[in-house]
Design a protein around this ligand. Structure first.
Ligand code: 6PG
Length: 250
């Protein structure tokens, strides 16, 4: 499988590119299917892209529904809440479908799964776009290395069995992440370089198992470990780099 990778000189360039990919996806999907459905992640990396999306107002209308790739089991007002991040940056214009972190984790997962099954019906949960991050340990959404949730095949949404950084989480599962029409993974900073190298080398960590995800990286995240993106002649930031890995072709 070919992994599209783009490398940016600055975090601002990366954020602008991420915002424009989200906007293009929403434009196209809302024209083709009336309503675009996207799922967003939390963390610090996407904040600037969300601020740009908030400023442009593209996600404010009823032609888009905003879901979450994951949530910490905290109230929506908590600083750790992914809903709070989105509400503060993009804004909640009545089209944000949050995971209720304030109720029991398993109930929140059941409730969100029911919501997704209502939206996607019996078919695949094909989000138009899912925006993801990567942890230094290779986790993505709230799918952590070595955890049972990673092997879930039937359910679309689960609660993590264990807390991660002090709190349990609710997360979309790999079948949902892999069913998206487009998955976009953002990573910045040298602390992500090893996890990124693992993906590019065809690793088996959680983020590597989102097979079609397009990677948007800054140079620090792209620059260490096994062969980084080919950039003998560095292309313009909006040009894709094709990276084929042996394991991806399995
Ligand atoms: C979250 C996530 C999580 C995140 C990574 C990267 O809500 O925290 O969905 O998977 O994307 O941990 O987080 P940073 O962007 O903060 O590095």
């Amino acid at each position: 499988m070919t992994r599209p990778v783009e490398v940016f000189a600055t975090a601002e360039d990366l954020a602008a590119r991420a915002a424009s990919i989200v906007e293009e996806s929403v434009e196209r999907a809302s024209e083709e299917r009336r309503v675009a459905r996207i799922a967003l992640s939390g963390g610090s990396t996407p904040r600037r892209a969300y601020e740009l999306l908030g400023a442009s107002g593209t996600l404010a209308g009823d032609r888009v529904e905003i879901f979450f790739a994951d949530e910490r089991c905290v109230p929506p007002s908590d600083h750790a809440s992914n809903y709070r991040l989105v509400a503060e940056t993009i804004g909640d214009h009545g089209n944000v479908r949050r995971i209720r972190g304030e109720i029991a984790p398993d109930d929140a997962a059941d409730e969100y799964e029911a919501l997704l099954r209502d939206r996607f019906g019996a078919g695949e949960p094909a989000f138009d776009l899912i925006l993801l991050g990567i942890g230094a340990d290779g986790h993505t959404a709230s799918l952590f290395p070595g955890e049972l949730e990673l092997d879930e095949r039937r359910r679309w949404v689960v609660a993590t069995k264990r807390p991660h950084a002090w709190v349990r989480r609710v997360t979309l599962t790999l079948p949902v992440l892999n069913a998206a029409r487009q998955a976009l993974t953002l990573a910045t900073g040298a602390e992500k370089a090893k996890a990124v190298a693992g993906i590019l080398a065809g690793g088996t960590g959680p983020a590597a198992r989102v097979l079609g995800a397009r990677l948007l990286l800054d140079e620090a995240a792209a620059g260490a470990g096994t062969p980084p993106p080919k950039r003998s002649a560095r292309p313009p930031s909006d040009e894709l780099l094709d990276l084929s890995t042996e394991s991806d072709a399995e």
